[in-house]
Design a protein around this ligand. Sequence first.
Ligand SMILES: Cc1ncc(COP(=O)(O)O)c(C=O)c1O
Length: 387
Amino acid sequence: MKETRHRAAGTAVKFEEPLHVGRPNIGDRDVFVERVNRILDSHWLTNDGPMVHEFEERVCELQGVRNCISTCNGTVALELAYRAVGLKGKVIVPAFTFVATVHALWWQGLTPVFCDIDPETHLIDPKKIRRLITRETSGIVPVHLWGRPAQTREIREVAEAHGLELIYDAAHAFGVSGPDGRIGNFGRCEVFSFHATKFLNSFEGGMITTNDDELAEKLRYMRNFGFDGYDTVVHPGINGKMPEVCAAMGLTNLESMDDFIGVNRRNYECYREELENIAGISMLSYPQHYKQNFQYVVVMVDRDVFGVSRDRLVEWMHENNVLVRRYFFPGVHRMEPYRSLYPESAERLKMTDHVSSRILVLPTGTSISEKEIRGVCALLDSCPRER
Ligand SMILES: Cc1ncc(COP(=O)(O)O)c(C=O)c1O
């Protein structure tokens, strides 16, 4: 099998149109247009309108959480959450994440302290969190990366033992459950993103979920300039509101969520079948027995075994119209301003560097067919080897 494949090396499968990672899933167009017409007829375009209310209620039901606070995007949701829980000084966060997790800390005047990950799961390593705690640490921000739940029980124990705040970046984990329950219910609050590239999108959008009613009330004021009614301002705030049209998109896509997950799962299984015989390419699996959203197909490229570096493979795929992505490369500790400010952090982020130098994310979602997936895998396998 392997030899046959190697003989095919260099013969590329043709893709006329580019295949993208994160091409948006779109639910029932007619239902969405009908909702937009209702918004236009009502002239209620934003400011806590009925679509936003319905979206928040539906997400509360789905996640089994008491409060959902929708926002204009996930980054502003993170900033609101960091500020509302009162983080101060230093905050422990993985460097293997999208830069927004860390930028939002920075933007709030907080100092990120980068923690390494477990190379098997790509998630923050609770044992390594412990070693980074000092008197200046006020909180931990773990990320449920790729939608794989972080080790919520162990992390909670660490946070409680040291009196630290705990906020989860759940941008990838909408609709997911882990051994300890549904994502959305952990820490003081959790933050989701409904950006267009997420499997469930509201064009742009975010959501903070919490079972703490007081925190929820504060967050609602903060996302709307601190207003309580028409004229009274009770808290400092910003404009973090989700517009009605975004909520309409979120609601419409929510109605197709199970279909999206079904397609993602089918794609994931198909990739698994095709990739398992390619030496040097290993796929990150999703935990069995719990609800997952399968929104990312993540592989690791072992150069020595595959015979080509990850970066050359990326070029090959792009030359052939398959726009695979190096998520998340480089680690945030190698991006500015963090690289110049904390050059010493690279020393302790060996696993982050190891994973980010091998990682590759492949296209999935509703706009790729099984046939195309087989073509993507054949293309990947036909990459001319360097030795
Ligand atoms: C892990 C993570 N955190 C935060 C964000 C920021 O979300 P948004 O793009 O909605 O601002 C994203 C994605 O975009 C993300 O992947």
